[in-house]
Design a protein around this ligand. Structure first.
Ligand code: NDP
Length: 483
């Protein structure tokens, strides 16, 4: 298997290599085979990316917004035309089943490019009458933006950050996770093909140090990170030294509440989407599933029956609907959490083990009798581990659902409309779901509160995070001075 890119980095409209950088082997998580070898960015590569992004941003900001939008929409079209190829790269890079990547990765990246391409020309300031005098605002781009990605949705993250940044007249340097470095290079190639000026969207590889070098560089105006809370705290602190703008899309431990009036089959579907899609490697997953005591047995029975339909196998096989963890490291982390769940007294309903083959597979795992104080109910696992917690009344479950440092997402399944909205209003989370879970269309804001993040991606809300307003006061009569 082979997915070697022409070179490690994409700078100033072309691939570029510097073999002096640390070697990074890219593995196909389904069998551990090395599919590509790349090199981390050296200081020279980082410098080239910064210089070209700075120059390109000046050129790009002079384009009319309609022209900028046209480039992004063209990139969206190319992404859709290349969906098969991009999905295969995403599958090789992450191990996610091709059944998923064909509909959720390049397609969602294309949606972002199309949406922000369409929005570009409507990003304007406002006129403020001041009784004869007036003021107006100009929405200015920030300058060079840095995007840093996690490994679960590398194509989507590269586009969710790039599309709004570019639509607003910024340039971007994107650093993918070193676990999944391949797809962002394709996004950069496609933007060049669509007519983006050289240097507008650069991709450089490497570990945390490369991200840190970018975040601490004074030429960078904004940082958008998708990653864990500990990394978010570090990156936020570094960005603060330069008073830079930040967007932080971080981890979660989201609650999913299922009332006894819910349609059980629908709620089980929601819980499956909330825990096992992408083998559980989704930031917004509803991993604390609070089930009303009256339906607990029935819910667990239906859930375990439905899990028997999972098809675990080679992610490139279109029939496979459950793949491996993205890395051996992540598999070890998840197995450690499963052991803690057992040790702390949760009941293992199903799964709980690695699957013995050469890939990084873990069985879909369900725990019941989970209590709020257990490690598996408090910490983000980022794997296919669902915890069932029992509850009996609304006030109690809301209090327990919100009793976490995280606040990324939350969901409720109930047929009672007034209760659903009452609960959504009380959830301490940035993204809430009623009778559904884990959808993130580009039209709606997405992001977390509390430790789960700052700022919002997608929708018009993202424009706030990639522009700043300049206010211009205009007098239409002589200045009145006191002396
Ligand atoms: P990490 O936090 O480990 O890494 C995120 C990115 O930050 C990586 O590219 C990493 O580089 C880089 N990085 C690490 N240290 C620094 C530093 N000091 N300065 C700058 N950059 C740095 O996250 P994972 O890749 O393990 O992804 C999983 C996490 O991402 C989970 O917590 C998940 O919830 C979260 N996530 C959040 C989403 C959201 O939208 N809210 C969506 C998807 C995931 P490298 O790893 O290459 O060393």
């Amino acid at each position: 298997m082979h997915a070697q890119p022409p070179a490690s980095h994409y700078i100033n409209g072309q691939y570029i290599e510097d073999t002096k950088g640390e070697k990074i082997a890219v593995m196909y998580p389904a069998n551990g085979e090395v599919i590509a070898e790349i090199h981390a960015a050296t200081p020279d590569i980082i410098e080239q990316a910064l210089v070209s992004a700075q120059a390109a941003q000046k050129v790009w900001a002079e384009y009319s917004a309609t022209e900028r939008g046209r480039v992004l929409r063209c990139a969206a079209d190319i992404m859709r035309q290349c969906n098969d190829l991009l999905s295969e790269i995403e599958t090789l890079d992450t191990g996610k089943p091709i059944q998923e990547t064909l509909v959720a990765d390049a397609t969602s990246g294309a949606d972002a490019l199309e949406y922000f391409g369409g929005l570009a020309a409507s990003i304007t300031g406002e006129y403020i009458p001041l009784g004869g005098n007036f003021a107006y605002t100009i929405r200015q781009p920030l300058g060079v933006c840095v995007g840093i990605g996690a490994w679960n949705y590398p194509t989507q993250i590269a586009c969710w950050k790039g599309a709004p940044a570019l639509a607003c007249g910024n340039s971007m340097i994107f650093k993918p996770s070193e676990t999944t470095p391949l797809s962002a290079l394709k996004v950069a190639e496609i933007l060049t093909e669509a007519g983006a000026p050289d240097g507008l969207y650069n991709v450089i590889q490497g570990m945390g140090e490369v991200g840190h070098a970018l975040v601490s560089d004074p030429r960078v105006a904004k940082v958008s990170l998708t990653g864990s809370v500990p990394t978010g705290k570090k990156v936020y602190a570094t960005a603060a030294q330069g008073m830079k703008h930040v967007t932080m899309e971080l981890g979660g431990k989201s609650p999913l509440i299922i009332f006894d009036d819910a349609d059980i089959e629908n709620a089980v579907s929601g819980a499956i989407l909330a825990n096992f899609y992408s083998s559980g490697q989704v930031c917004s997953n509803g991993t604390r599933v609070f089930v009303h005591k009256n339906i607990r047995e029935k819910f667990i029975a239906r859930l375990t029956a439905r899990l028997e339909n999972i098809i675990i196998g080679d992610p490139l096989d279109p029939k496979t609907n459950f793949g491996p963890m993205a890395s051996a490291k992540q598999r070890a982390i998840v197995l450690d959490y499963i052991r803690k769940g057992i040790d702390e007294g949760a009941t293992l309903v199903c799964g709980g083990h690695a699957i013995e083959n050469s890939g990084y597979f873990i069985q879909p795992t369900v725990f019941s009798d989970v209590t709020d104080d257990m490690t598996i109910a408090r910490e983000e696992i980022f794997g296919p581990v669902l915890s069932v917690l029992e509850f009996s009344d609304e006030e109690e479950v809301i209090r327990r659902a919100n009793a976490t440092e995280f606040g990324l997402a939350a969901g409720v399944f109930t047929q009672d409309l007034t209760r659903a909205h009452r609960i959504a209003a009380k959830f301490a989370a940035g993204t809430c779901y009623i009778n559904t879970y884990n959808i993130a269309p580009v039209e709606a804001p997405f992001g977390g509160s509390k430790a789960s993040g700052i700022g919002r991606e997608n929708s018009k809300a993202a424009v706030e995070h990639y522009t700043e307003r300049k206010t211009v006061f205009v007098a239409t009569s002589p200045v009145e001075a006191p002396f």
